[in-house]
Design a protein around this ligand. Structure first.
Ligand SMILES: *[C@@H]1O[C@H](CO)[C@@H](O)[C@H](O)[C@H]1NC(C)=O
Length: 322
């Protein structure tokens, strides 16, 4: 399903010239990758609970299809805020914004409590560092400097967190209050953090560290053929190549530099919720009247449960709503 979704989105990207929801989502996943990475090693259960809801043992995938559809139907009723039987673009956009905000709020609250159990006004860097990276104090210096070792990976995460911390620390007291901590945890959601988001993305994609993104690096970040010799490149990858050459590389030097990466992942005024809502309406609107009936949504069940309209399916597993 994920592949299908990706293909569908990649196709819609060609016409847009702005990041598709999928790209923005990818970026967000990208950013939370390191978080997941950390949590996987330190606090797997925590992550798990966060996603499923603490006492919710079932994942969405484990729900019988009939039950998930029933839940999706309930969500559709909620999105249709004026109860006229149609989900409009605006209603869908508002809903997506609402679930995004709720997700981020809950995420920040959870992490804030975890790192600051005494609920002080501010969290000093040193306390955060000890909590998350303290185990590195026991590690051998050499291990931390050996490329591709686990220690090396952690050193890089630490450096990255340190830098991001500075960006989030508005009054530069080397401690974050809850608001600043929200910037730190979800930089993709705050325009003031745009520069560091661009830096981090560059570093992730620019494998040869020459400070710019080549076409191969751009493609390599989103597509890894299973078998290099046999696989013919899927169409969406070809389209991404054209996208790179035609739109992303505006000065046509064969690379994306920092400015071009910035325009790609974080164009000013880009409304992620609206883009996602437009995409969903476009895909699901069988009769092209620019609004969706419940039947149209249920018909495209796969599309919706993989979308932020349901918090990537998470909302379907939330028990407080059903
Ligand atoms: C948090 O810090 C920022 C400055 O970096 C400040 O603008 C904001 O008012 C602070 N919030 C609280 C609740 O103290």
């Amino acid at each position: 399903m994920k592949i299908t979704l990706f293909v569908v989105l990649a196709i819609s990207t060609v016409f847009a010239g702005v990041p598709s929801p999928e790209e923005t989502k990818r970026l967000m996943d990208h950013l939370s990758d390191q978080e997941h990475f950390r949590n996987e090693h330190h606090n797997k259960q925590f992550d798990h609970d966060a996603f499923l809801g603490e006492d919710q043992a079932k994942t969405f995938d484990q729900l019988p299809p009939e039950e998930s559809k029933r839940r999706l139907g309930i969500i559709v009723d909620k999105i249709d805020s004026d109860n006229d039987g149609f989900v409009t673009l605006v209603e869908l956009k508002d809903w997506i914004r609402y679930t995004q905000k709720r997700y981020i709020e809950e995420d920040v609250e959870r992490h804030w409590k975890q790192h600051n159990p005494e609920n002080n006004d501010i969290l000093p860097w040193e306390e955060y560092r000890k909590n998350v990276y303290g185990f590195m104090d026991e590690m051998d210096e050499r291990e931390l400097k050996t490329p591709n070792s686990e220690g090396f990976t952690y050193s890089n995460l630490l450096k990255r967190d340190r830098r991001r911390w500075h960006y989030a620390d508005g009054d530069q007291d080397d401690a974050l209050n809850r608001t600043e901590f929200g910037y730190f945890l979800h930089p993709e959601d705050h325009s003031g953090m745009r520069d560091v988001v661009v830096l981090e993305t560059m570093e992730d994609i620019d494998k040869d560290n020459d400070g710019k993104v080549s076409l191969e690096e751009y493609i390599g970040d989103m597509y890894k053929p299973e078998d290099v010799d046999e696989e013919e490149e899927p169409d969406w990858v070809k389209q991404e190549r054209e996208q790179f050459t035609g739109y992303r590389d505006t000065n046509k030097d064969g690379f994306m530099d920092e400015t071009e990466v910035k325009d790609w992942i974080a164009p000013p005024e880009f409304d992620h919720a609206e883009a996602e809502a437009r995409h969903l309406v476009f895909e699901a609107d069988g009769d092209a009247d620019e609004k969706l009936t419940k039947a149209e949504v249920l018909d495209k069940y796969d599309l919706f449960v993989g979308s932020q309209a349901t918090d990537f399916g998470e909302a379907l597993a939330r028990h407080d709503e059903f």
